[in-house]
Design a protein around this ligand. Sequence first.
Ligand code: ATP
Ligand code: MG
Length: 201
Amino acid sequence: MPDSAPTSEAVRRGLILINTGPGKGKTTAALGTAMRAAGNGMRVLILQFLKGSWHYGELDAAAALNAALGSSESEAIGSEPARNFVIRQLGRGFVKVGGAQTDPEDIRLVEAAWAEAAAAILSDDWDLVVLDEINYAIGYKMLAPEAVAEVLRRKPEMVHVILTGRNAHPLLVELADTVTEMREVKHAYQRGILAQRGIEF
Ligand code: ATP
Ligand code: MG
């Protein structure tokens, strides 16, 4: 970290970040930030909306990192390992969407995921909460942007929240502190190259 970087408690605050846009890197940038936060001793919770059918490498990496981070803490306090880096998949993979075609089971899963996310953000148990792919759930009209905004407005001061997914809702973009739009220059998929282990999953 640069020497000049402000570090005092007085300038610390929780941020709302959004990774959106059509290019690749929204989820992976959030995972990178999550790793950075975990390395700073912060408690990180990543909740993945809609995902659930694929086994992503980050699930195993997170479990290993969580165990490694938790072990020194548990020795120090002589209790259960601290859960410092947790990823939970709260969907079932690809969703069928489109107005009345949306499967009620997918809506139920999004509602349950959002209930868990809102509770986690408001609990003060976590320093960083990542709401992965939540923008898709909102875009598919499975979750009201107003409900998300309402919770973000009354989040504990120091909690950071990252929202990912294309087409971030304007209401949430307005509310966020840092918004990054990934621009697609090119993607291997356009040449018929399918998702690659370690890069896409
Ligand atoms: P990543 O998880 O790799 O950071 P992402 O979160 O930006 O990607 P999503 O919209 O969540 O992108 O889609 C995830 C999957 O779609 C990944 O396998 C990713 O490589 C792929 N993908 C992302 N952008 C594109 C694109 N422009 N064209 C085709 N596939 C894409
Ligand atoms: Mg993603």
